[in-house]
Design a protein around this ligand. Structure first.
Ligand code: P6P
Length: 341
């Protein structure tokens, strides 16, 4: 007999969570609700992307010199418009903007900070591959009432109060943590509500999936080459690992969060800090995976303990099942030790 799933909306779940924590002010539930609204608007556009002329490039470039797809900017604008007037935030920052985003003077300034990647994996939009929005929320560290500053946006990931992602795939799901476990909500298009579908997600301690762009093999450090070759060795002849990589972080991480396994975007000879951004890709995913019982490492240390220096700085990331992360860290360290012997 399958356990009857509670009819639980995102808002009710957040409010129930707030009631369990007397220190909560209810403000977090309200801003997560706003994020849910923005997610629905983005989901509608993403799901009809193939039908209307919003595919293709705007011809603009984003702050990183990458071609910007119209949906990126749509998602960026929707999130800012949905989040800048609720009185929750003192400052925001987006992958699509070089500098921090101030709250317009006409709106009340709040105590939270929002960092986000509006549409991660956007290079896959035209191929209808699952893409996602990633968000990270902090409490401000500068005086209340003043406009937020860059200092508010450069806090270590271990200071996050909430983080999550919305994956626009075969269904639209919001997965979030507020520091009390990880919970997934699936958008019911009929109701227009996010309904609890994955309560208290726990990632397996050990997986059978590794996700990495093996096209960069030549540029990897030796320890990583040794680890991947180990996974492909006859040690696993009877039950081999599966290589799964779709090149959309939210899709790859979501699959491995549920099934177990390891997502890797390493530093290499060409990208000494890797490719993924610390503040709005690595840190939120690290908070989520650790809350689900996994680990998030640079290969040599905990991602959430990094003190950011720049808003768009990158970090190597080894993310997922605890035992898999510990093993790859061992391979990396042994190769480093060999280098120095
Ligand atoms: P590569 C998508 O462009 C992205 O930012 C992440 O979503 C994804 O994990 C990574 O880059 C893929 O990068 O170099 O393997 O194509």
């Amino acid at each position: 007999m399958t356990k009857k799933r509670r009819f639980m909306t995102l808002n009710r779940h957040i409010q129930e969570g707030e009631r369990m924590h007397p220190e909560a002010t209810g403000e977090l539930s309200e801003l997560l609700h706003q994020l849910g609204l923005a997610a629905k608007a983005i989901s509608m556009e993403v799901n009809k992307a193939g039908l209307v002329d919003i595919l293709g490039f705007t011809g603009d470039e984003n702050v990183h010199g990458e071609q910007v797809k119209k949906l990126d900017m749509f998602a960026h604008d929707i999130l800012i418009r949905a989040m800048d007037h609720g009185g929750h935030f003192c400052v925001m920052a987006s992958e699509e903007e070089e500098n921090i985003i101030h709250i317009p003077k006409k709106h009340r300034i709040g105590k939270y900070v929002l960092l986000f990647d509006p549409l991660d994996g956007s290079s896959n939009i035209d191929a209808n591959v699952s893409i996602g929005t990633i968000f990270s929320i902090y409490k401000r560290v500068t005086p209340h009432g003043d406009p937020g500053t860059l200092e508010d946006c450069l806090q270590a990931g271990n200071q996050q109060v909430a983080a999550g992602y919305i994956i626009y795939g075969s269904s639209t799901m919001m997965v979030y943590t507020a520091g009390h476990g990880v919970h997934g909500f699936t958008l019911d298009p009929q109701f227009g509500e996010f309904l609890l579908s994955h309560e208290d997600i726990r990632t397996p301690d050990k997986g059978r999936i590794y996700s990495i762009n093996e096209g960069n093999y030549l540029h990897w450090r030796q320890g990583l080459k040794n680890y991947i070759k180990y996974l492909q060795s006859d040690e696993f002849a009877t039950k081999p690992y599966k290589a799964r990589y779709i090149g959309s972080m939210v899709a790859d991480v979501h699959r491995n969060l549920l099934y177990g396994g390891l997502f890797i975007y390493p530093a290499d000879k060409r990208n000494p800090q890797g490719k993924l951004r610390l503040q709005y890709e690595c840190n939120p995913m690290a908070f989520i995976v650790e809350q689900a019982g996994g680990l998030a490492s640079t290969g040599f240390g905990r991602i959430l303990d990094i003190k950011p220096e720049e808003l768009h700085q990158k970090s190597p990331i080894y993310l997922g099942s605890k035992e898999d992360v510990l093993l790859v860290e061992k391979f990396l360290k042994e190769a480093e030790d060999d280098k120095h012997d």
